[in-house]
Design a protein around this ligand. Structure first.
Ligand SMILES: Cc1ncc(COP(=O)(O)O)c(C=O)c1O
Length: 417
């Protein structure tokens, strides 16, 4: 008789996992306060809760200034505009990320230059970054992916050497610290997302950190339709802005969420530590490398490396189906290399600056054929496994179920071959 649930056996687990997002009375109180105050929107900008959030979040990440905004996509674009990136400038981005990282340069008529990721932690490969620099390069957008932090020492050095803007995409890294200093405070800007899947959430939302007062003023102006209001726009001239303001409801929820960050991070770090050790004893699923300089990890999702050889060659996707049947649902291909993502259809007819490097567009067949991201492709197709936040907040006994399920599949893998 089969043992594996996918073949009709009894699943390891059928209880629910912890609820996400974590929320409670504090969020309700904030929402009610915003409701009763009557200043629901974000204008004039910033409203009290939005201002408080900008300041508190920036301080948490060790940055001097913070400006909350509508989401973590527009925030990237606003940073590029504030930095003076213009048509034809090149912006280096990792191939492995959500499409927002590569779409931001396109939307300011710049040219994204995709580079592969590091096989140890799937963050941007700094050697590849150096190799991709040309006289047109103006900025680098590393992504602190999943649970890891890109090599900020190297990136800061590269940016200083070549006079480049460093924009950290911290959409996955609230609370993360590199050498005890918050991410988003190392470069010219940090960009955070509060979209509903993120470490902290107000449904939608974003925030831009910086240590430069002028850049902060520009960012605030850009968020607020280019206004030159007192207090945040002493620079020359006027910018063509956006309405990317956050509402007071979102800012209130985020203030309550921010107060939870310390406790959430502690629990996730503890759980990841426990799981990493238990899983290593089973074999087959290994944690991404943790650099000693990653002194604190916020952990959006935890990334595992699947080693098919240890499951007699079973493909990761088949393993994940079997795991799901055992009551544990994890993700395999979370991010295909970005140029291959179905949503990343950037055509030169609409974005003419792409033509010189990418012909008819990033997804033109002859362009796609030229891309090669062996590490990112292997990660997406064979090796990477993403563990969602609810699992990371579970109790030890629940985590033991995950380990038991993996061990069960491993010892009965013949049923799947
Ligand atoms: C790496 C990365 N950058 C940027 C974003 C964009 O954030 P948002 O969804 O708030 O626009 C996301 C969100 O999914 C992301 O994962």
């Amino acid at each position: 008789m089969s043992k594996l649930a996918i073949r009709g056996g009894t699943p390891v687990r059928n209880q629910a996992w912890p609820q996400w997002p974590v929320h409670g009375e504090a969020e309700k109180k904030q929402l009610l306060e915003a409701f009763e105050a009557g200043n629901w929107g974000g204008f004039p900008f910033p409203q009290p809760k939005t201002r408080e959030l900008g300041e508190a979040f920036a301080a948490y990440q060790d940055a001097s200034y913070g400006a909350a905004c509508a989401n973590g996509s527009i925030s990237l674009e606003i940073c590029l505009v504030a930095a003076g990136i213009v048509a034809g400038d090149e912006v280096i981005v990792p191939a492995t990320t959500w499409i927002a990282t590569g779409a931001a340069p396109i939307r300011v008529n710049a040219v994204p230059v995709f580079v592969d990721v590091d096989p140890e932690n799937y963050c941007i490969d700094c050697d590849a970054v150096e190799a991709a620099i040309t006289p047109r390069t103006r900025a680098i957008i590393p992504v602190h992916l999943g649970s890891s932090i890109a090599d900020l020492d190297r990136l800061v050095e590269i940016c200083q050497k070549h006079d480049l803007i460093l924009l950290e995409d911290c959409a996955h890294a609230h609370g993360s610290k590199w050498r005890r200093k918050g991410v988003g405070s190392w470069g010219d800007f940090g960009s955070f997302s509060f979209q509903s899947s993120k470490i902290l959430t107000s449904g939608e939302g974003g925030l831009i950190t910086t240590n430069d007062e002028q850049l902060h003023q520009k960012v605030q102006s850009l968020i607020n339709c280019g206004r030159k209001d007192d207090g945040y726009d002493t620079f020359e001239g006027q910018l063509l802005g956006y309405n990317a303001r956050m509402t007071e409801f979102q800012a209130g929820v985020m203030l309550a969420q921010l107060a939870r960050l310390e406790e959430l991070t502690r629990k996730k770090e503890e759980n990841v530590h426990y799981l990493t050790h238990r899983m290593a004893a089973v074999g087959g699923l290994y944690a991404v490398r943790r650099d000693v300089r990653e002194t604190r990890r916020g952990i959006y999702q935890f990334i595992w490396k699947y080693q098919a050889e240890e499951f007699k060659g079973l493909h990761r996707d088949r393993f994940l189906e079997a795991l799901e049947a055992e009551g544990i649902e994890l993700d395999g291909m979370f991010y295909p290399p970005m140029p291959f993502h179905p949503l990343f259809n950037a055509r030169s007819a609409e974005w003419p600056m792409l033509r010189e490097r990418y012909g008819d567009g990033i997804q033109a067949p002859e362009t796609l054929r030229k891309f090669s991201f062996p590490v990112g492709a292997k990660f997406a197709q064979e090796e990477g496994i993403w563990m969602h936040y609810p699992y990371l907040l579970a109790e030890k006994a629940d985590l033991d179920d995950i380990v038991s399920a993996v061990a069960k599949i491993k010892s009965n893998v013949d049923e799947l071959l």
